[in-house]
Structures are given as C-alpha cells and as structure tokens.
Design a binder for this molecule. Structure first.
Ligand code: TXA
Ligand code: MG
Length: 332
C-alpha cells in the first residue's frame, strides 16, 4: 500500500491503478471510499474480498458528472433528476433502476444501482481522470467504523489496497443520505447530513422516512443492518440525565468506561467532550469512537444526541453501533 499526497501525478497513478483492476482508497466529503473500476468484475471481486463483505451486498458507483447517469440508470424519475441537479456533487446517493450494462457484481444481483457524485476535489479529479464509474464502499472492513482520514484507511488494510490518496480529514464525517427511487414510492434508506426535509423540498415529492437504526427493507442495504458502523468496544447510548449515574454504577463494578458526551469530563474516565453542533459532531464522530476504542474499555457510553432533524443521521449511526454488541455489554 502506498499513501500518496494527491497531486496530479498521484491522481494519474491512481487512475491507472483502477484501470489495471487494482484497489484505490480515496477521500470523499463523507468518508473515505475503497474504489474499484465498476465495469471490471475481477476488480469488484477483489474489493469484496478486501472488505470481507458478503457479495450479495450492492456497492455505490461514483461518477463525476450527472451526464453519466444515463449510462448507469434508466427510467430516472423527474424528482431524482431534480435531486441530482441540485444536490450533486454532495453527500447524497440515489438508488435508481439500473441500466442493462450494469453488472450483477455491482448491484448484488438487484435490479437497481446506487449512484453518487462526491463533493471532494480529489475524488472528482480521480473520477474525471479515470473517466468511468468507480464502485466504492466505505474503506473499512465489513461492519466496522468508516474511516475519515488516510491513517484510518491504512489501519484497515495492507497490501490488498494499492494506493491511498491522502486528502486529509473528511468534512461531513458520516456516510451519504441514501434515497431509493427503485420502488413505487421514494424512501430514505439511510439518513445523513442532507436532511429529509431538504430532500423533499428539492425533489418536490413526498419521501418516506428512514427507519432509524433498524433494517429498512430486508437485506437491500447492509447499511440498514443494525450491526453496522461499530467500534470493537461495546457501546451504549444513555440519556443525558442518566449519564452520571450509569457511569458511577459501572465504575463501582470495576468496569473501565469511555465516554463521548456533552457534559464536562469526570476525572479517571477516558472522556471526549463533544460540541452540541450536529455538523461538528458528525465530522468527528468516527475519529472519536476510534479513539475511545483504543482505550480498551469494557464499554463506551455515548450521551444521547438531540432528537432533532439535523441530528437524525448521527442518531442512526449511534443506534446501529449500539445494536452490535448488545449481548456482551459491560462483560468484555
Ligand atoms: O458516503 C458514502 O455513501 C460512502 C462514500 C465512500 O461515498 N460510501 C458508502 O458506501 O457508505 P457503503 O458501501 O459503505 O454503503 C453504501 C450503502 C450500503 O448499505 C449498500 O447496501 C447501499 O448503500 N446500496 C448500494 N447500492 C444499493 C442498491 N442498489 N439498493 C439498495 N441499497 C444499495
Ligand atoms: Mg460502509
């Protein structure tokens, strides 16, 4: 694995690596993606193997221009076009009926395809240089926290990834909002930092809400499995007014606890004080959870976030992270 500063020579090398069927990790505004040529089934197979991801799970194809949409999707509803034209490049993924050219390797055998134009200069430069679609799930092993900087990517993979383009820390910090237009009624499959309200306003049609932290539609979106986005340490979300009590009870049982909360820290506990600002919170969420994970605590307590639309994507990721280790909580 080579970690490269993303100058034009490095971007060219990365595009050549993609063309040669190799894997390239690159920054987007949400999280780092692990890219493979979307029209190369061997490369996609390598991608699934590197992630340890079951191969019936579809991946998002990344593009640099909405003009490429017709190559990948057909029967695109006007509402989806409006979203594409207004919110791309941006942290939004559209699930659309796939065109006949799209391989089962990308769609997991489904008749729809996930498409996105990321809003990051390095990602856009790479996509343009490569010229074709790049399949890119988040650059983490299956079920783990998404990486939001190049070091976190390097910590996940070894030689199975050829190049990591180092674009510094990601601005948004949690994965894109996913809107599914492949069913009768459009629906948010995964909430993100572009809120449902804005999507509805731009799309001009009613959009069904996401089922927070729960499986939304069978196994269609693995991001919809509750066990996603998890640190290794069990994690529990607690209401603000119970944080201190919960902490004291656990500490009296000799448990080592890490805390991500809004309240001032208590001495003797690995404690990250978060800002009560959804954008800032999301930007640092995964790095904060990684840091707490390294404390080798028995449990990470996360103070509940506000029940407001701007926090919906964050609340969703926290619920999923908490769902993973329910059985082992406090008994590592
Ligand atoms: O922000 C993001 O979306 C990042 C960056 C790298 O673009 N990517 C990302 O990819 O989060 P991934 O693979 O970790 O999550 C994509 C989610 C998965 O839950 C996948 O199942 C779902 O999108 N998805 C992709 N294509 C789909 C389809 N055709 N139908 C339903 N869900 C789909
Ligand atoms: Mg992922």
């Amino acid at each position: 694995m080579r970690i490269l500063e993303p100058d034009s020579a490095a971007v060219k090398q990365a595009a050549q690596a993609l063309a040669g069927g190799m894997l390239v990790a690159f920054p987007t505004e949400t999280v780092y993606g692990l890219g493979a040529a979307a029209d190369n089934t061997d490369a996609i197979a390598r991608l699934y193997a590197a992630k340890g991801r079951p191969n019936n799970h579809p991946v998002i194809v990344h593009l640099y221009s909405a003009d490429q949409l017709d190559q990948w999707a057909t029967g695109i509803p006007d509402a989806a076009w409006r979203l594409a034209r207004t919110l791309w490049p941006g942290p939004l993924t559209l699930i659309l009926p796939r065109s006949s050219a799209v391989s089962d390797a990308v769609t997991g055998g489904q008749d729809s395809v996930g498409l996105r134009i990321p809003n990051h200069p390095v990602a856009l430069a790479l996509l343009k240089e490569f010229g074709r679609g790049v399949a890119a799930p988040s650059a983490n092993k299956f079920g783990r926290l998404s990486p939001t900087d190049a070091e976190a990517v390097a910590g996940e993979f070894a030689d199975e990834v050829d190049i990591v383009l180092n674009g510094g820390p990601c601005e948004v910090g949690i994965e894109s909002t996913i809107v599914d237009f492949s069913q009768e009624e459009p629906r948010i499959l995964r909430p993100g930092m572009i809120q449902a309200q804005q999507i509805e306003t731009v799309a001009g049609v009613q959009i069904l809400a996401a089922a927070l932290g729960r499986v939304t539609s069978g196994t269609r979106a693995p991001g919809g499995l509750p066990s996603h986005y998890a640190p290794r340490t069990p994690l529990k979300v607690v209401p603000s007014d119970q944080l201190t009590n919960t902490l004291h009870t656990l500490r009296s049982q000799n448990k080592k606890i890490g805390v991500l909360g809004f309240q001032p820290p208590e001495p003797g506990t690995a404690w990250i004080v978060a800002k009560l600002d959804a954008q800032h919170y999301a930007r640092h969420l995964y790095a904060n959870l990684r840091k707490l994970d390294q404390e080798n605590a028995d449990l990470i307590l996360v103070e509940q976030v506000p029940a407001e639309p701007s926090w919906e994507g964050i609340a969703d990721r926290l619920q999923r992270a908490a769902a993973t280790n329910v059985d082992q909580q406090g008994s590592k």
